[in-house]
Design a protein around this ligand. Structure first.
Ligand SMILES: O=C(O)CCC(=O)C(=O)O
Ligand SMILES: [Fe+2]
Length: 293
């Protein structure tokens, strides 16, 4: 039976500082499961993005808007608070809402995964503070993981666009990929990769499955200019080193779009819990708008 999707396309603002993806980029993505999109956002737009994400993070972490308490009442400790604060910044900032639902990023996503209609799943901030600046959620290395297993989607047909909101030199922890790993099945959550004592493996999947590093090539840590982006499929294994700079924080903003026909499978996730989603039904809910038909 064909499922009727609610029409919730919200794109109102035009972002003419976002360019189109090229055919060569689409082909590269299909082959490797990731692609670098140089200057996807023009630098002035990237600098506006940085201002917005820093402001929302600051407000949320201070608890000024009650966002974290509302979304995750059980969030304990500064790291967990920061993690919850790092998700769906668009819910606290109408400019970020416009950017997250914009036609330009939706069209780029639709071309890369060759799927329409698409729905927005979430937007996120990935902040790695400079070395010596205390511990944050994304301090240290980001363990090798796929995005799909941590989310309650009944199929893996979605992608993340990760935008450098500031200059990110290779020593600051650029996202890196196992090229071609999007052809792997779901391999478990990063939080499930633990040793016999229950301690998380800092390098994630490659510690549990060392053959991954023999089978796939690791993509380089790029030097990203503000507005350069990386896109990856939700089955592509990815990782980033810790930020080794003692001077500069690393700020990236991600937004993830999915096949709008994907159904909710009920797995726990703070992005979806308590939203009244129905198991085996599409995400027909204002928090997951259709962004391209
Ligand atoms: O920025 C990072 O280190 C992690 C980003 C990530 O896991 C993602 O974009 O899916
Ligand atoms: Fe990820």
């Amino acid at each position: 039976m064909e499922v009727q999707l609610q029409k919730q396309s919200l794109a109102t603002r035009k972002f003419d500082q976002i360019r189109e993806v090229t055919e060569a980029e689409v082909e590269f993505f299909e082959e490797n499961g990731w692609v670098k999109l140089e200057r996807l956002l023009a630098p002035p737009l990237a600098s506006e993005l940085l201002q917005h994400i820093q402001k929302v993070m600051d407000t949320r972490i201070k608890g000024e808007d009650g966002y974290v308490a509302e979304r995750a009442p059980d969030a304990q400790g500064a790291l967990m608070v920061e993690y919850v604060a790092s998700t769906n910044l668009r819910e606290s900032d109408s400019w970020l809402e416009d950017l997250a639902v914009c036609h330009e990023l939706a069209e780029a996503s639709a071309r890369l995964i060759k799927t329409r209609p698409l729905r927005l799943f979430a937007d996120s901030v990935f902040h790695k503070p400079k070395r010596g600046d205390g511990e944050a959620w994304f301090s240290g290395q980001t363990p090798w993981h796929q995005d799909y297993p941590a989310t309650p989607l009944d199929r893996a047909n979605d992608l993340q666009i990760w935008v450098a909101a500031c200059e990110i030199t290779p020593d600051m922890g650029c996202l890196q990929y196992l090229s071609g790993s999007h052809r792997l099945p779901p391999m478990g959550k990063a939080t499930a990769y633990r040793d016999a004592n229950g301690k998380m493996f800092p390098k994630g999947a490659v510690e549990v499955y060392p053959w991954l590093l023999e089978k796939f090539e690791v993509s380089p840590a790029f030097h990203m200019q503000p507005g350069d982006a990386l896109a990856h499929h939700s089955l592509t294994m990815h990782y980033s080193q810790e930020n080794q700079s003692t001077k500069f924080d690393r700020w990236a903003w991600g937004s993830r779009r999915m096949d709008a026909r994907i159904c909710y499978n009920g797995a726990p996730n703070h992005r979806t819990d308590g939203r009244g989603l129905q198991i085996d039904k599409p995400f027909d809910h204002p928090a997951f708008p259709v962004v391209i038909e």
